[in-house]
Design a protein around this ligand. Structure first.
Ligand code: SF4
Length: 261
């Protein structure tokens, strides 16, 4: 039995029972967009959308929770932290309209997972091939810092995505919060998920039944403008993801891997 939010629920703890076969990515997206479970984030996302940044004053900001997007048959799942204030909270699509999205999309394009190197708005023609992008929190948090309770509130949405994306073989988490959030989501769904430490570039074989997990620094400006994350480092991550999707290269003995099986 899959636990799912009712569109009218105001709190993830208020769950209704949904048979897994009744759940779809479309239904999940509609429920995410309607969610108002975190009062602080509801206030903030709407305030950012009302005040706007000067450069975008002609835009009608999205100002709502942002669902994941991409290929429903994705074998690569990319998990970020949360919508950017003037990126996804403005455009309504994850990693779209800001520097973090530009860095990510250029890398996905170079690795063959995206048909174009830019992610500007929802109708820009971007198409992901074999990849799906989501986040552990769907509403922009003040200072990009969601509280532990807000991450917990949003977890059921990520868990439903994990169940619906049945072809995923590799998960790339961007930043420590996404890394920990993904493992926490798995831990509630599976019994034996070990405690792991985030380390950029490491990949983790959790079990024979779970996708390989790759840890990557977030593509935020704090990382890309300081040189903590370079394009070469990002390319290495997605080249590793690509190679792990090819069975003959998926050895747990690959460089910088950690086997928990
Ligand atoms: S962060 Fe998630 S749980 Fe909280 S209001 Fe937004 S969509 Fe709902």
């Amino acid at each position: 039995m899959l636990l799912a939010l009712s569109p009218s629920s105001s709190w993830p703890g208020v769950l209704m029972s949904t048979q897994p076969e009744q759940d779809t990515l479309q239904r999940l997206s509609e429920e995410i967009i309607a969610c108002r479970a975190c009062p602080r984030l509801v206030t903030w996302r709407e305030e950012v959308a009302r005040v706007k940044r000067r450069a975008y004053r002609d835009w009608t900001y999205w100002g709502k929770p942002v669902p994941g997007f991409g290929d429903p048959e994705a074998r690569l799942l990319i998990i970020g932290l949360a919508p950017g204030a003037h990126g996804a909270n403005r455009t309504g699509r994850m990693f779209t309209g800001d520097d973090a999205g530009t860095w990510l999309m250029r890398a996905l394009h170079r690795a063959g997972f995206a048909n174009r190197p830019r992610s500007e708005h929802r109708d820009d023609g971007l198409c992901l091939h074999g990849a799906y992008i989501t986040a552990v929190v769907r509403c922009v948090p003040p200072k990009n810092r969601p509280t532990a309770q807000e991450i917990t509130n949003c977890r059921a949405f990520l868990q439903r995505e994990i169940r619906l994306l049945t072809h995923v073989r590799v998960v790339v988490t961007l930043g420590r919060i996404a890394f920990d959030g993904y493992l926490a989501a798995l831990r509630e769904m599976e019994s034996a998920i070990p405690r792991l430490r985030f380390s950029h570039g490491m990949h983790y074989h959790l079990s024979d039944d779970l996708p390989v997990l790759i840890a990557c620094y977030h593509t935020s400006r704090q990382n890309t403008q300081t040189g903590r994350l370079t394009e070469a480092m990002l390319d290495e991550v997605f080249a590793r993801a690509r190679s792990l999707l090819t069975p003959e290269d998926a050895s747990p003995d690959s460089p910088r891997s950690f086997d928990t099986r």
